[in-house]
Design a protein around this ligand. Sequence first.
Ligand code: SAM
Length: 222
Amino acid sequence: MNQDRWSAVDRYVTELLAPHDEALDAALEESERAGLPVIQVSPPQGKLLGILAAAVGARKILEFGTLGGYSTIWLARVLPEDGRAVTLEVDPGYAAVARQNIDRAGVGGLVDVRIGPALDLLAELDDERVGPFDLVFIDADKANSPAYFSWAVDHTRQGGLIVADNVVRDGALADAEDDDAAVQGQRTLHELMAAESRVSATTIQTVGSKGYDGFSIALVTA
Ligand SMILES: C[S@@+](CC[C@H](N)C(=O)[O-])C[C@H]1O[C@@H](n2cnc3c(N)ncnc32)[C@H](O)[C@@H]1O
């Protein structure tokens, strides 16, 4: 098994189950044209996010890490008319591209793109009492995943979901000696999920067009 095979299967699944419309194509094209890194979720992963949000009847979604708004579009598309997605992005240039992509996709009225370091923006969300959220997607700087998770547990309703991306990192997750900040962040996230009595969590390893990685999913139970 190799990367070519994983990518071929992703293409097959995308064509049948997660096909792009013009707005999703344009979101990727415009992001690339603007020089954004190509690190967004894959189409099947975007579809999964939408399925999870729909499954919990999400009305309020929080996303850490907007990039060009690709995952935001998948998430916002399953919101009801009075729903809201708040997405946090540190890079103003990325956020501007995302704003255009999200508006072009027809979900602009549902999405609040906030610019700044996510940890600073959380204080604003607290002040404005924007939560509690039905689904939180953690996909920003991985070293801060534990801090984002801790905040999310306190601000997600019972029965809601917290999803964290890129946790397996080519298998480095299992290596206690790996001193990469992102790996250590995802290991600490796992320790927090294990110790947190208010969630039931697991991690799924994945292969696909983005290589070997995985995601964690935590159901808030109390
Ligand atoms: C993997 S990308 C997000 C991809 C996006 N969720 C998608 O799938 O379409 C991570 C994003 O997090 C942003 N980011 C990094 N550190 C951040 C921070 N401290 N606060 C907010 N955003 C941050 C990066 O600029 C980048 O756009």
